[in-house]
Design a protein around this ligand. Structure first.
Ligand SMILES: Nc1nc2c(ncn2[C@@H]2O[C@H](COP(=O)(O)OP(=O)(O)O)[C@@H](O)[C@H]2O)c(=O)[nH]1
Ligand SMILES: [Mg+2]
Length: 581
């Protein structure tokens, strides 16, 4: 096929441009970029333009038919002297009469997708209009085939036509001595020598010249046997002509340079996309890693908070055990014989004394411990917020790398929102609101009115309420113990009374510690869930983006290979499409 390697390179580049267009679309590239890509693609499809000139019956139409292996120009016994015919590709065959001198022949022949052909009437019959039109085509032409026949190679009109051609157009002219099969080799050589001389004399140029037989070439191209075909093509002189056309017009020409330039433009656009996609992917990877780190830090801090709660509970248990011991001591002292008798006879004095005395002691000790511990927990939680905020600032610091605009914008928005939330909570009211939320259940368990936290820290509020509640219902214990004494003989039962007091108090103390533990653990848990929720949107975003980016990453890899291959095939272009990345 004529210009095979050129068309292969062009097809490869076309495919690459198509993929690039798809990627541009996926990445929401600016309209301008998409338009540029479309234009690059369209410019690739521009067909070559071949113009054929020569005298009537020189064999111009036959030459064209043989070149493309298809009979789309009519080779006539009767010369077609009337018109210029432009052969173009179309889905439907028809002739469009543009003017009395010019007809556009729309043909379905696939070769015409890549080559537009201008078949001119003979230079010896040319009218001024024909010549004017022919001259219009020449500047656009990639090749001008000037055909002479071995039958009558002296055609003066052809030389006349060429003499008026601008030097620039002469560079595109290739001379073809047609119908070579009608003469002997020696005669053909003599004609060629003569033509070379005339060329220098008349037009002052030494254009390439080929002696061919379109008849033989046509037959060759319609021969099944490959060896015979090659031999016949050689004999017809066509292979030399076609090689020349391929190397000077299609492959080695300005057209190839144009492909190279389209390829370079595609590489520039691609390198921008590649940088954006790979930066986005790397950013996502880092973001996700930082988020995992953050989660690990939170997990660590949570463990720490739980340990703190454990310590606090131990202190509470210790203190209340101590107070209980003191109470027991007191009880033992008062359970003298007389005291026991008084108890047995129903006097409530002792009971009242115990109740006030022990409750006051318990309250004082517990309030202090609980308040201090809760203040520690609160400070700890506040410091968690601060730490997380610092970590966020460090981990997601802004960078100047080019990112996909949509991606960059969404990511920044999400990060800003987290930042705002973090600032809000590390200082002032929002933190208090969160504490209120976190301890909401504890508060309702203690029957505290809503909004009570606004007044001060959770320590003061909860500690006060904790001891007022029925946790250490000493009254109940004493009453129970009192009831017990009523039914027994005092002295012998003193030990039993003390034991019962101890049992009940232990039970209540344990229940209290357990209840406090439940609530504090719940609050800590909630605090961290709350905190983790803050990062959920950016995590979800990063995961979703990672999935979304996968096809683009694959496209980038594919395009990298495609464009590198194109650049290498077109030569002279920079070795790799990776230039930008
Ligand atoms: N023997 C022979 N005849 C040819 C060859 N090329 C063209 N002819 C004949 O020459 C005549 C004129 O050919 P045509 O292509 O119509 O010439 P045009 O007027 O220049 O387009 C036709 O009868 C062709 O069959 C060739 O290579 N060998
Ligand atoms: Mg013709």
């Amino acid at each position: 096929m004529l210009g095979e390697s050129f068309f292969q390179a062009r097809a490869d580049l076309g495919t690459a441009l198509f993929s690039l267009g798809t990627l541009a679309h996926d990445l929401h590239a600016p309209q301008e970029t998409i338009r540029t890509l479309n234009e690059l693609g369209t410019s690739l499809r521009e067909p070559f333009l071949f113009v054929v000139v020569g005298e009537v019956k020189a064999g111009k139409s036959s030459l064209l038919n043989a070149l493309f292996g298809r009979e789309f120009c009519k080779a006539d016994v009767l010369p077609m002297t009337d018109k210029i015919y432009v052969f173009k590709h179309a889905e439907q065959e028809r002739d469009v009469h543009v003017s009395p001198q010019l007809t556009e022949c729309h043909r379905t022949s696939p070769a015409l997708r890549d080559f537009n052909i201008v078949d001119t009437p003979g230079t010896n019959t040319i009218v001024p209009e024909h010549e004017a039109i022919t001259r219009q085509f020449l500047p656009l032409a990639d090749l001008c085939l000037c055909v002479f026949s071995t039958v009558n190679p002296w055609g003066a009109s052809a030389w006349e036509f060429l003499r008026h051609l601008h030097k620039t157009w002469l560079k595109k002219v290739v001379f073809v001595l047609q119908q070579r099969d009608l003469r002997s080799a020696a005669e053909v050589d003599a004609v060629l020598t003569h033509m070379r001389q005339t060329m220098l004399q008349k037009i002052g140029e030494s254009c390439p010249i080929f002696a061919v037989s379109a008849k033989q070439a046509w037959e060759a191209k319609h021969t099944e046997d490959a060896d015979a075909r090659a031999r016949m093509l050689g004999e017809s002189g066509f292979d030399a002509l076609e090689n020349h056309i391929a190397s000077s017009v299609t492959d080695g020409s300005a057209r190839t340079e144009k492909l190279g330039s389209v390829c370079r433009s595609a590489q520039v656009i691609f390198s921008e996309f590649k940088l954006q996609v790979t930066t986005a992917a790397a950013t996502l990877e880092t973001d996700l890693m930082k988020l995992r780190e953050l989660r690990a830090v939170l997990e660590e801090r949570k463990e720490q908070s739980f340990r703190q709660v454990g310590g606090m509970l131990w202190t509470i248990a210790q203190a209340s055990e101590r107070t209980q011991g003191q109470g027991e001591e007191l009880l033992r002292e008062k359970l003298t014989f007389a005291g026991t008798v008084k108890l047995m006879f129903g006097k409530r004095g002792l009971e009242k004394f115990f109740q006030t005395e022990l409750e006051n002691r318990q309250r004082e000790t517990l309030t202090k411990i609980v308040r201090e511990s809760l203040e520690l927990i609160e400070a700890d939680m506040r410091s968690v917020w601060k730490q997380v905020h610092e970590l966020m600032k460090r981990s997601f610091a802004a960078h100047d790398l080019p990112l996909l605009p949509d991606f960059a914008q969404q990511r920044t928005e999400l990060l800003n929102r987290i930042d705002l939330a973090l600032i809000g909570r590390t200082q002032g009211e929002e933190f208090q609101q969160q504490m209120q939320r976190v301890f909401a259940e504890t508060a309702s368990w203690l029957r505290l009115p809503a909004g009570v936290f606004a007044a001060g820290g959770i320590g003061a509020v909860l500690a006060g309420a904790l001891t007022k509640a029925t946790l250490l219902d000493i009254t109940g214990t004493i009453a129970g113990v009192g009831a017990l004494t009523g039914t027994v003989v005092a002295l012998t039962k003193r030990r039993k009374i003390l034991a019962e007091y101890r049992r009940q108090m232990n039970e209540k103390r344990e229940a209290m510690v357990r209840a406090i533990e439940d609530h504090l653990r719940h609050a800590v848990q909630r605090f961290y869930v709350d905190l983790a929720q803050l990062f959920q949107p950016i995590e979800a975003f990063a995961e979703a983006q990672k999935k979304l980016l996968e096809p683009s990453m694959a496209a980038v890899r594919d395009l990298d290979a495609k464009l590198t291959k194109c650049a290498a095939a077109l030569g002279g272009t920079k070795a790799s499409a990776a230039a930008g990345g």
